[in-house]
Design a protein around this ligand. Structure first.
Ligand SMILES: Nc1nc2c(ncn2[C@@H]2O[C@H](COP(=O)(O)OP(=O)(O)O)[C@@H](O)[C@H]2O)c(=O)[nH]1
Ligand SMILES: [Mg+2]
Length: 331
């Protein structure tokens, strides 16, 4: 049984536990655009070719590249597929497409650091999550969604409005904090973000918070500035709370395509990231970006934004992702 048939069985509505069902539905809905671009093109391809040939593989490679799987990874996947097809004398388009899905799965599963989603909470004292990424990618809204998630799990959450650079950014986080009834530490306009982080760390420790989430400014004009600022925030946090920040998530907007991969490389150089959050997956037809980022950076994708609602930030699940990408493609 191919992976896709397996996933179909796993996630078919009948018999799926309630909790799973809703999460799968969020993936199904949020990945509709990507699915349209990927699964229906695979389907169309297999209908046009009776037997696979060199052109088939070329077209397949094109679909991967256009889905933002990344040129290097796309070429590698297709080369391996060609080898395997030759060795095993496979000629059916459907067999090839099944193998491709398997290979996508294996590449994600085996590239780099262990797969992990939830924040690993410390036994004693607050766990600190630093959130970075360029302007507009969805940092602040993802912070709100994460706060919502962990509050629901019974955690005491504190926010730090560390994006003191952009007018309105602090206000935006404050609005979210009010809605979520979540405590927030706010500095003065244009106050040094490290000073806000410091105040928040002190409060988190004194008042026994489980989780402190620190928002940061997203400007990336010069790498030196960014490095200095993120470095300073991290140092200040680490002085107040042992080993903080314990987690550092980079937020990437899926609609920015390969540019997101470049951002990830730039940030990875200046700060030690523990994971990626991909946002706006619902707004793109190029869902392959996840595979590309994983392949190039080795970092685990921790959460995925599949829409604007609080519940639309889901923990990243490779099976659900591939299912969302392929649902409705030819059996
Ligand atoms: N459709 C959709 N929109 C999102 C998602 N995540 C964030 N956004 C939107 O992206 C915009 C920018 O988000 P914001 O959090 O202000 O970005 P920041 O500048 O990085 O803090 C807002 O309008 C959000 O509602 C997502 O997963 N799906
Ligand atoms: Mg923001």
């Amino acid at each position: 049984m191919g992976l896709f048939s397996f996933l179909k069985n796993k996630f078919s509505k009948k018999g799926a536990p309630e909790q799973e069902k809703t999460s799968v539905e969020v993936y199904e809905k949020g990945m509709a655009k990507s699915r349209k671009a990927f699964a229906s093109r695979l389907d169309d391809l297999s209908k046009r070719y009776g037997k696979v040939n060199a052109e088939y593989f070329e077209e397949l490679e094109q679909i991967l590249i256009e889905s933002d799987v990344g040129v290097e990874l796309s070429i590698r996947l297709i080369e391996n597929l060609l080898d395997q097809a030759r060795k095993e004398k496979l000629t059916e388009p459907k067999q090839i497409n099944d193998l491709l899905v398997d290979a996508m799965f294996v590449d994600y599963a085996t590239s780099g650091e262990a797969i992990q989603n939830e924040i690993a909470f410390r036994e004693n004292g607050p766990t600190v999550l630093l959130v970075c990424g360029v302007n507009g990618v969805g940092k602040t809204t993802s912070i709100a969604k994460l706060a919502y998630r962990y509050q629901k799990q019974g955690k005491k959450v504190l926010l730090a409005a560390g994006d003191t650079f952009r007018a309105g950014a602090v206000e935006q986080l404050k609005v979210w904090a009010d809605r979520l009834k979540c405590e927030i530490v706010v500095g003065k306009p244009e106050e040094d973000p490290a000073s806000v982080a410091y105040q928040a760390a002190v409060k988190a420790k004194q008042s026994n918070y489980d989780l402190l989430i620190v928002d940061t400014a997203g400007r990336l004009q010069t790498k030196n500035n960014l490095m200095a600022e993120l470095g300073k925030i991290s140092r200040v946090l680490g002085k107040e709370i042992e080993d903080a920040p314990h987690e550092a998530f980079l937020i990437i907007d899926a609609t920015t395509g390969q540019n997101g991969v470049l951002q990830a490389k730039a940030f990875k150089e200046v700060t030690s990231l523990t994971g990626i959050v991909i946002t706006k997956m619902d707004g793109t037809s190029k869902g392959g970006i996840i595979l590309s980022i994983r392949d190039e950076l080795g970092l685990p994708v921790r959460f995925i934004g599949l829409g604007e609602k609080m519940e639309d930030l889901q923990e990243f699940d490779l099976d659900k992702y591939l299912y969302g990408l392929l649902l409705g493609s030819a059996e």
